[in-house]
Design a protein around this ligand. Structure first.
Ligand SMILES: Nc1ncnc2c1ncn2[C@@H]1O[C@H](COP(=O)(O)OP(=O)(O)OP(=O)(O)O)[C@@H](O)[C@H]1O
Ligand SMILES: [Mg+2]
Length: 485
């Protein structure tokens, strides 16, 4: 499958014993980086010399990690010298792991470093991740409990678990190491980042959403944000179970989506907008043709008739960009029953509103806003910024007739994500868009452990769309609109 390069003549005597496996590609190459001579003990404390007294100090565990990190760097270098990189792609995982284990055992031997079996296994896994995966990020990507990974420079990696951010003890060796991993990610999707082009969006092989910004724009080292892709998206029942909304609200939302109201999910960053949109889409009938448009494809609709589109940034020469607006305009020629735009954030708002107004009712999107009223202002601003010269009243009446419902998602201080408001748009009153809230989350206090105490309640207002629901066969019990005292 693949083979190690033969070590050069001047290599260490051990090298002679390393029989090349499958010698087809075995060309001597490592002249450029001759193998380091064997060093007794832990080789080179080149980067962080450690005094023996300090070595005896209490932080034994950290020392062990540093030592493994140093070894890893050294072994990684040797691996790159010895592995036949061209053949890596075809190698099976177990083949490659065996090969890495062999090379690293040999190198450790040469350096006269003794490691216990567990450290050896950890080291080999990390080396494998370094060669084939995304290095230190790899265990976090595999950890199902992690939903976000946030890197602030090489020494600080935070993760989000259950809505809470925590600092991990995982680090990159230095900024160069971090940059190398970033480069690996962006070059895999044909992009590059450097000083003149310091940020980039990409999608990881597993579907996770990736964004990076590198120095000098990122002041203290590269910034990376990864929203992990969840294979098992949260459904309506999961969200009810997690307390994101109640069964009554779910009933209402089912009626709203099934009767083709145009829905906007509004919320702050990471508040669960995409998750909610995805869950709401489960109410769409299987007979409908749904087209989805996103900057980074995250939605996973369960229907059979779904066409997915993903916008594309310009290439290095500044050509070939396909914007969400381009996709949306094209989508309108593709006979959609419904259009779902992952997030409306720019000029595509015009086409989205038009689509919602002209026969593609039942369309959905998300916007970044902290409450439904702000959501409307965001839409107004986006229309203005798209360069459409229209009196404000006209813009508002467009919005009022396009959008039926705003579902407000929010991440509360305790990390829980809740649908804090379901608000209907009922029309215009003079210059103002009139809205009525149907359900809301009421905060009642805070438990000693920091958990927010609250409840969902109806506002007592009956849905503006009750008649429509009835006509479509959704007979919601009037009690769902009754508030608890
Ligand atoms: N009700 C919920 N309970 C628990 N976890 C949730 C809930 N809603 C969303 N999540 C999780 O929170 C994370 C963020 O959710 P999501 O991607 O939907 O947010 P978003 O508002 O679309 O974020 P962004 O603004 O970055 O696009 C995901 O990992 C998701 O699985
Ligand atoms: Mg999102």
């Amino acid at each position: 499958m693949f083979s190690r390069f033969k070590k050069p003549e001047g290599g260490t005597p051990k090298a002679a014993t390393m029989a090349p496996v499958g010698a087809a590609n075995a060309a001597p190459k490592s002249v450029a980086q001759p193998a380091k001579p064997a060093t007794p003990g832990l080789a080179p404390a080149r980067n962080a010399p450690r005094a023996p007294a300090e070595a005896a100090a209490a932080d034994k565990e950290r020392k062990r990690k540093d030592r493994l990190q140093e070894l890893k760097v050294e072994l990684h270098k040797r691996l790159l010298e010895n592995l036949n990189l061209a053949a890596l792609e075809k190698a099976t995982e177990s083949n490659l792991k065996a090969e890495i284990a062999a090379i690293s055992a040999e190198a450790l031997d040469e350096m006269a470093v003794a490691l216990n079996a567990q450290d050896r296994a950890t080291l080999n896994q990390e080396l494998y991740d370094e060669v084939m995966g995304l290095g230190p990020l790899e265990p976090l990507l595999k950890d199902e409990t992690v939903s976000d990974i946030l890197v602030n420079g090489p020494q600080r990696i935070f993760v989000e678990r259950g809505g809470k951010l925590t600092l991990t003890d995982i680090t990159f060796k230095d900024e160069r190491h971090l940059l190398r991993i970033i480069d690996k990610i962006v070059s895999a999707v044909g992009r590059r980042v450097d000083e003149s082009n310091p940020y980039c969006d990409a999608r990881l092989a597993d579907g996770s959403r990736f964004n990076c910004m590198v120095p000098p724009v990122a002041v203290d080292g590269s910034l990376v944000s990864i929203r992990k892709f969840k294979k098992e998206k949260l459904g309506i029942n999961d969200l009810v179970k997690f307390g994101a909304f109640t069964e009554e609200m779910a009933l209402y939302l089912e009626a709203a989506v099934s009767t083709r109201l145009n829905v906007i999910v509004s919320g702050g960053t990471g508040s669960g907008k995409t998750t909610t949109l995805n869950a709401l889409s489960s109410f769409i009938d299987n007979t409908e043709r749904v087209l989805t448009i996103e900057d980074t494809a995250e939605l996973q609709l369960q229907q059979i008739h779904v066409g997915r589109m993903e916008s594309r940034p310009a290439n290095v020469e500044g050509k070939g960009a396909v914007t969400q607006r381009d996709c949306l305009r094209n989508a309108l020629r593709m006979r959609p029953d419904r259009i779902i735009v992952g997030e409306t954030r720019g000029e595509e708002v015009i086409d989205m509103l038009q689509a919602m107004n002209t026969g593609h009712d039942g369309s959905m999107t998300t916007i970044h806003a902290n409450n439904p009223r702000d959501g409307i202002s965001r839409l107004e601003n986006m229309v203005a910024m798209a360069g459409i010269e229209m009196p404000l009243k006209a813009v508002r009446s467009q919005i009022a007739s396009a959008v039926n419902l705003i579902v407000q998602a929010s991440r509360l201080q305790d990390g829980s994500r809740r649908m804090i408001s379901i608000t209907e748009i009922t029309g215009m009153e003079g210059e103002v868009i009139s809205m009525q809230e149907i359900f809301r989350y009421e905060r009642l206090g805070m438990a000693p452990d920091g958990k927010i105490i609250g409840r969902f309640n109806a506002t007592g207002v009956r849905s503006h769309y009750s008649e429509r629901f009835k006509q479509w066969g959704f007979n919601l019990p009037p009690s769902i609109y009754e508030p608890i005292a």
